[in-house]
Design a protein around this ligand. Structure first.
Ligand code: A3P
Length: 308
């Protein structure tokens, strides 16, 4: 009944990103349908599919754009004909079929799968909810980790963009982020699975903070990982295309292009917000910062995963 109530809301396009439901123990926003998650268990993965997987706000759009450039051999003119959200399908919004007919516009816009290979596919799902064939076929997968305090900050702003009518209370939001009851669940669980597998050949684990420090080196790493060898000029072109400033001013890489159409233009709010490291200091109170530190120490430090 609860799910039906939530879906009724979704249909009315009153998408409340505050109502989550649980799917196999993971909190989900209502626009990710349980039937879609069921369908993904038999999703046919191709051997040459490439995945970009993240906890939301860890740098998905940034890395997917680099990967898209690489998979198109640095032909930026070609990829610039389509928006990055349309080039890179969002897996849990994309299994197609009847379920999607019930969804609001936002998801219809991205609910398709390209026919041609290789497909670059984005997902925010925890590892155990990804299609099992991802693991059976060991397809290439890039995973991005970001300091959870910056993720918390970025996710808060993201929720505001998606809920323009609602004023969100930071403390309430933070409590939910801290307890893993925002969509896509507990960030520490999300991180840990991939962190533990970071040395497997088909996985490339990147950190947002390292990409920020060395974008060109990251482009080179991703190219190598995807089996490409480019001239310095091509690496330079991709690097230049993927700077924060250039992605923000390019309508084909700035998500605002599509989001504004759906949620309306919102003064002072942009998906391409700051794109930096450490903005959490302007948002988290001392005790909130400590709460994240404690969680990291409890859940991640013993596995060797730490944050500055
Ligand atoms: P901020 O909100 O901190 O600015 P995702 O794509 O996973 O939703 O992550 C969005 C975050 O990545 C936002 O962080 C956004 O500004 C940042 N981002 C996107 N493209 C970027 C780029 N080219 N360089 C740096 N940060 C980028």
């Amino acid at each position: 009944i609860r799910m039906q109530q939530i879906m009724a809301k979704v249909k009315a396009e009153d998408i409340s990103h505050w109502d989550t439901y649980e799917y196999e123990g993971v909190a989900m926003w209502p626009d990710v349908l349980p039937s879609t998650l069921d369908d993904l268990k038999t999703f046919e993965v191709r051997h040459d599919d490439v995945f970009i997987v993240t906890y939301p706000k860890a740098g998905t759009t940034w890395v997917q754009e680099i990967m898209s450039c690489v998979l198109h051999d640095g032909n930026i003119e070609r990829i610039s004909k389509r928006h990055t959200f349309k080039r890179v399908p969002f897996l849990e919004m994309t299994t197609g079929g009847a379920v999607h007919n019930d969804l609001p516009r936002v998801h219809k816009m991205i609910s398709w799968m390209p026919r041609s290979s290789p497909r670059l596919i984005k997902s925010h799902l925890q590892a155990q909810l990804l299609p099992p064939q991802v693991w059976e076929k060991k397809v290439k997968l890039v995973y991005v980790i970001r300091n959870p305090k910056d993720v918390a900050t970025s996710y808060f702003h993201h929720c505001q963009i998606m809920n323009p009518q609602r004023t969100l209370d930071w403390d309430e939001y933070f409590h939910r982020f801290h307890t893993g009851t925002v969509g896509f669940g507990k960030w520490w669980e999300h991180y840990l699975y991939f962190w533990e597998r970071r040395n497997e050949d088909h996985i490339l684990l990147l950190r947002f903070e390292d990409i920020k420090k060395d974008l060109r080196g990251t482009v080179q790493r991703i190219s190598n990982f995807l089996g490409k060898s480019f001239s310095d000029d091509v690496i330079d072109d991709i690097t230049d295309h993927c700077t924060f400033e250039n992605m923000k001013k390019n309508p084909m890489t700035n998500p605002d292009t599509l989001l504004h159409k759906i949620f309306g233009e919102q003064e002072g709010r942009s998906f391409m917000r700051k794109g930096g490291v450490g903005d959490w200091k302007a948002h988290l109170s001392e005790s909130q910062g400590k709460a994240i530190d404690d969680l990291c120490r409890d859940k991640l430090t013993s596995h060797g995963l730490t944050f500055n």
